[in-house]
Write a new protein. Sequence first.
Length: 376
Amino acid sequence: MIRLTIPSIEEDDLQIVRETLATGFLVQGVRVAEFEKAVASYVGVKHVIAVSNCTAALHLSLLALDVCAGDLVVVTTYSWPATANVIELCGAQPVFVDIKPDTFNIDPDRLAETLARLMATAETARRVKAIIPVHTFGQMADLAAITKIADQYGIPVIEDAACALGAKWEERQAGTWGVMGCFSFHPRKAITTGEGGAITTNNDQLARKLRALRNHGLDPDTSTPEFIMPGFNYRMTEFQAAFGSSQMMKLDRIITARRRLAHQYDSLLENDPVLGPIVPLESWPVYQSYVTLLPEEITPRRADIIRQLKVQGIETSIGTWHMPLTTYFRTRYGYEVGDFPNTDRVFTSSLTLPLYEKLEYEEQCTVMDRIREVIK
Ligand SMILES: Cc1ncc(COP(=O)(O)O)c(C=O)c1O
């Protein structure tokens, strides 16, 4: 089977996890602090707060901005549902903005229109608390344009950079553009800690609040326990963090391999009716996934194509989710097909191809040959 993804886990990763477990110090020790330092230095930010997963990171980011019942958070349509779920879980309402069909990222023009509409009346303007663009499949959204629009109204941007550690827009890293950036270390990302997440920020007050919120509301700056707010237990364990530090040392190597493999797919797809991903000139993606678009006329057969490829030993999947059309959001807010036409098209026709560091060129050729046969 040519798998969709295989994490790059090697002997030194296993060794550091074994060593950490053997110390008996499993939580709240030096390993988490070391991991945070490694991520902060790589991304180029003042603070990193390691948490249990990226969903927790997104949830805490909204809470740190005091997002609460009745508020509005502007968010892309096309993502893993966690991105919009956390908005609902704060009691706020997502305001969805359609994507660009070529990059799969939030469309800055649609964002500008949406904000102009919301900010035109005092009643909605006071409720808009944040904007969450997603760096879809490891390619950054156009944060130069998005932060410019957000700054016009003074609305904070939280980057959902779950898939995008190491990605850049105009030479500037994901997680440094918004007031906070949220990362995932789930096994489908370039590097992993099993489950895991992190929040990046340059803001001292937010960092302090995030540290308290992830740890039962405990003041992070006093030696005597002081509970200064209600908080969660969203902590990362020591052995996950040790694993993460070991993985961080391989990040550049893994990104280089993923880019090479993506470019090989690009060449194999030249003049093919199946379309490869589009990369704007300013963008340096890390290819968390290599997502193609099937020709429109065969999209009704996509589920069958994925099934047939599996029988032939190739694991593929859809891209990600059309959040407004998932059962919860569709039922709660009455969204329909046609409300977000670009997301409709991408959601029904995307096909993710196998991509991981050790994938061979011959295997990529086999993947493409089988896809062509099955599509015929
Ligand atoms: C864009 C995006 N945001 C958030 C998440 C949630 O991340 P986690 O699984 O670490 O909670 C994911 C997970 O894949 C994701 O792709």
